[in-house]
Design a protein around this ligand. Structure first.
Ligand code: ATP
Ligand code: MG
Length: 596
């Protein structure tokens, strides 16, 4: 946002001044997209959506109100693409002092379920979306929609077509040729009303008739060639039960739901650009309140798929362990992985909103996760690949408890007590018998600092019959207690450790991309996206964690010092913690070794 815009629009607490609406929008409490007590992020850039809405506000279209909605279909779990839409819709309401509704677009009884409704509510709320009491269901409007359909029939703007679905498809025409009018197109209003009512009463089988809008079979826009408004479906609906035998189509339902709710800006993804003409036609023809549809480009993300159909395939096909598998791009999967709502919102703000299709690098999402966890995750110690260290100079039965802060600079408040004893584990990788240049960790004869504990020097390497290192015999400098230099002597390296007898073994799940291809969704003919499943997307190791880590409740997010960010999995049991690796740290050591 430019400085001028920022100073004129950003009010107290960083919020954009409400549009006014003669006090209407500003009187109601605006929809926040934040967690309680959290500051609003600086208004996102001056993108085309915000420019449009600002213009509408200035012209006092919609009385200066801003009222958006997030309209999921409850036929699957929400994913990171939906998060973009949630951030846009709730975010705009927040910025412009408006409101955002949660509306379930539940017009397909066959694919929808309350399991999805519950999961969607949880995920939107977790992301910070607050719809207050404005939770709506398209199915709540079925009576009104039916009345609108009869109204269209009476206006001569809709008719019952008795062609089969195949016939309707075949007579639709192409981009270059007009469609053919149905032989039933000129039925009388009375006949149409009678048939439509009998459709509703359940007198006909699925597919026997449909209700179509009577628009123009020669329209250059295929969507306008007498689109279907209602179809017969003898199926129970998860909310309306057996009440209905006919169900309205998306194009008829969505615009009227927007209208009934007084939505000002109906923001949807680009594939609906051709449907906008029909959206406008329905509302204009019926002469009802008219919301404005605006399209934006959907999110594409590398190394994943964001189509519900494909995500369902991953779950049903057993490629992952359910919708909330931490490898899934679903909101619940990311939550379980340890991603934070703040990080996801930051990601959505960074990718912005545009009208051009784009593919965003997964690494940008990981960057946002790291940024946030770096600021908030307590740092504790765990060893993923242990090698035993015996400190010969340390008394056998002695245990010291060090009070260690959650962050070195105090930015993350709190501390915990960590036991130190004669036998420790360190990371196998933190020792090299033949160290490369600039390797500041442990090596024969080299001295290293054990985080917040002591300086130790490696004196001897013990191996098993196969030559594998089993133990490092070390000495310590008692004057370096707490990890501080006793005599100004410089020790470059600091490594993490755990006391061997106090460490708790923890199942630790290390994740990688679920797919080996950056674009698994765009496969050539004959290739399935599941052909690109990464066989190494999950590796399970036993970590040895300091005692405090074993006591953290599920969902806790921490840094394992020098290793990465991890999250306590709900599979954890008392004394048997389970961790998910959320994201790695950038490993500067790997870089140094490559260069040396
Ligand atoms: P379906 O194929 O089942 O229609 P959908 O992804 O469109 O799937 P909806 O439940 O209809 O799912 O989506 C709810 C809202 O989220 C819609 O407004 C839709 O445009 C938006 N949305 C879905 N996927 C993305 C995405 N990848 N990027 C941005 N917005 C998305
Ligand atoms: Mg959709």
């Amino acid at each position: 946002m430019s400085d001028i815009a920022a100073s004129s629009l950003v009010g107290k607490g960083g919020a954009v001044a409400p549009c006014g609406a003669d006090g209407a929008a500003s009187a109601a409490s605006p929809t926040p997209l934040r967690n309680a007590g959290e500051e609003m992020p600086p208004a996102a850039g001056q993108d085309f959506l915000r420019a449009r809405i600002r213009q509408d506000c200035e012209r006092r279209s919609f009385d200066g109100r801003v009222h958006t909605r997030f309209p999921p279909e409850p036929n699957g779990y929400l994913h990171i693409g939906h998060a973009k839409s949630i951030c846009i819709n709730f975010g705009l309401a927040d910025e412009f002092g408006g409101l955002c509704n949660l509306r379930f677009d539940d017009t397909n009884p066959v694919k929808e379920d309350t399991e999805y409704v519950d999961a969607i509510r949880e995920d939107v709320r977790w992301l910070g979306g607050d719809w207050e009491d404005r939770e709506f269901y398209a199915s709540d409007y079925f009576d009104q929609l039916y009345a609108f359909a009869e109204q269209l029939i009476r206006m001569g703007k809709a008719y019952v077509d008795s062609q089969s679905a195949d016939e309707i498809r075949a007579t639709r025409g192409t981009l270059t040729t007009p469609g053919t009018e149905s032989p039933w197109r000129n039925r009388s209003v009375e006949e149409n009303l009678d048939l439509f009512r009998r459709m509703r009463a359940g007198e006909f089988a699925d597919g026997e008739h449909v209700l179509r809008a009577k628009i123009d079979m020669a329209s250059p826009n295929l969507v306008m060639r007498d689109p279907t408004l209602y179809r017969i479906r003898h199926a129970a609906h998860h909310r309306t039960g057996d009440k209905w035998r006919i169900y309205p189509m998306y194009d008829f339902t969505h615009c009227l739901s927007d209208s009934l709710e007084g939505i000002t800006h109906s923001i949807c993804t680009l594939e609906f650009v051709n449907n906008r003409e029909l959206y406008d036609w329905v509302l204009e023809t019926l002469g009802v309140y008219h919301s404005r549809q605006i399209e934006f480009a959907r999110l594409g993300l590398t190394y994943t798929v964001l189509s519900k159909r494909k995500l369902i395939q991953l779950v049903r096909g057993g490629y992952v362990n359910g919708w909330d598998d931490p490898r899934m791009p679903t909101i619940c999967g990311m939550r379980r992985r340890g991603y934070t709502p703040e990080a996801i919102r930051d990601f959505c703000a960074r990718i912005g909103v545009a009208r051009a299709e784009n593919l965003v690098e997964y690494s940008l999402l990981e960057f946002c996760v790291r940024e946030h966890l770096n600021a908030v995750a307590p740092r504790l110690m765990a060893v993923l690949d242990p090698v035993r260290v015996v400190i010969e100079t340390y008394p056998e039965d002695q245990v010291e408890w060090f009070d260690m802060p959650y962050s070195a600079d105090g930015s993350i408040p709190g501390s915990r007590r960590v036991p130190f004893s004669r036998e420790l584990y360190i990371e196998r990788d933190d020792f090299r018998e033949d160290p490369p240049k600039k390797f500041h960790r442990l090596a024969p004869g080299a001295e290293v600092r054990l985080r917040y504990a002591y300086y130790i020097t490696c004196r001897e390497v013990v191996r098993d019959a196969d030559g594998r290192i089993t133990e490092l015999r070390c000495t310590h400098d008692p004057d370096s207690r707490g990890g501080s230099s006793p005599d100004g002597r410089k020790v470059k390296g600091t490594i993490h450790w755990v006391s061997a007898s106090h460490a708790v073994p923890a199942e630790t799940r290390l994740y990688d991309h679920l797919f080996t291809s950056p674009t698994p969704g765009a496969t050539p003919e004959g290739v399935e996206f599941t052909d690109f499943i990464n066989p190494d997307s999950l590796r399970v190791v036993t970590a040895h964690v300091e005692p405090a880590l074993a006591e953290m409740p599920a969902g806790s997010r921490v840094q394992f010092e020098r290793l990465g960010y991890f999250c306590v999995d709900p599979d954890s049991r008392p004394g048997a913690p389970v961790f998910n690796r959320t994201v790695t740290l950038k490993d500067s050591w790997a870089r140094i070794e490559r260069n040396s």
